[in-house]
Design a protein around this ligand. Structure first.
Ligand SMILES: [Zn+2]
Length: 280
């Protein structure tokens, strides 16, 4: 149905505007109507491309969603993300009624992740959608909270992107998760747990974490080889030094900001390790 409607609309548009029509623009204008059918009317150089068959073996190129704060005002964030050599697919403002800007098409690469790694992937710009959230970030020795309305808007956007691209829960990440040596955004006040309760992103079984905590209290903590291995198991690019070095502390701090944000000093305390062990 959508396919036929689209063909009809495209034909009507061609007739209205004549053959000199800019087909690429017609394609973009009609893309919203085309939905899953894609832009079936686009004919580069007049080529008649047959799009009547579609392969069953395919999926989205988008595997990750990376969340950021901008550490800048609405106007400055918009200016930087549109005019400098950094960008994101979406920008959510902190107006009382937050605005959502789309600055880069989801099929194209935005420049938001930089040097990054998650599981077996690196340089995540290629396979991710980046969402920048207007938030001042660190303020003195505190952090700026995210207004509930802004998070509501983000949750609507995330649910839609996750459904369309079939993003796995553990691949909804913060910039600090994928670049723990350089980044702290979206920061410890970002409501990962509240979002997980809405089915967005990954969380851990809290009963299981309590059981592991009791086990650690009785038996002592595992060593750093185990800690680093577990951090890698859940996606983080942790060193393999077997020592609590600076780089490992940074990874632990990123992990804590996400899963135990009350304290993120990078120390492998019993609660942090119990959560780490419980994380699927
Ligand atoms: Zn960032």
């Amino acid at each position: 149905m959508i396919f036929q409607l689209f063909r009809r609309l495209a034909r009507a548009a061609r007739q209205r505007r004549g053959m000199a029509i800019d087909r690429a623009h017609a394609c973009a204008a009609l893309a919203a109507l085309a939905l899953l059918a894609g832009c079936s009317a686009y004919r580069p150089g007049g080529l008649d491309i047959d799009r009547s068959k579609q392969a069953v073996s395919q999926n989205s190129r988008v595997e990750f969603i990376v969340l950021h704060y901008t550490s800048a005002s609405n106007d400055t964030s918009l200016k930087i993300l549109t005019e400098r050599n950094v960008s994101s697919h979406y920008l959510i403002t902190d107006h009382p009624a937050p605005r959502v800007y789309q600055l880069v098409d989801e099929n194209r690469r935005a420049w938001h992740a930089g040097v990054s790694a998650w599981y077996n992937s690196s340089n995540l710009n290629s396979a991710s959608i980046g969402i920048e959230i207007v938030n001042p970030g660190r303020r003195g020795d505190g952090w700026a909270p995210y207004p509930p309305r802004q998070i509501q808007v983000l949750a609507i956007l995330l649910k839609d992107i996750i459904a369309r691209h079939q993003i796995k829960p553990f691949n909804v990440v913060g910039h600090s998760d994928i670049a723990p040596q350089r980044k702290t955004d979206p920061g410890p006040l970002f409501p990962w747990k509240a979002l997980a309760e809405q089915g967005i992103g990954r969380w851990y079984d809290e009963n299981l974490a309590r059981r592991f905590l009791a086990e650690f209290a009785a038996q002592g903590l595992p060593d750093m080889v185990w800690v680093q291995k577990e951090l890698r198991r859940v996606g983080y690019a942790a060193p393999e030094t077997g020592m609590l070095d600076k780089a490992t502390r940074n990874v632990l701090a990123a992990f804590q900001m996400h899963y135990r944000p009350r304290s993120y000093d990078g120390n492998p305390d019993a609660e942090t390790l119990a959560i780490l062990k419980a994380l699927p």
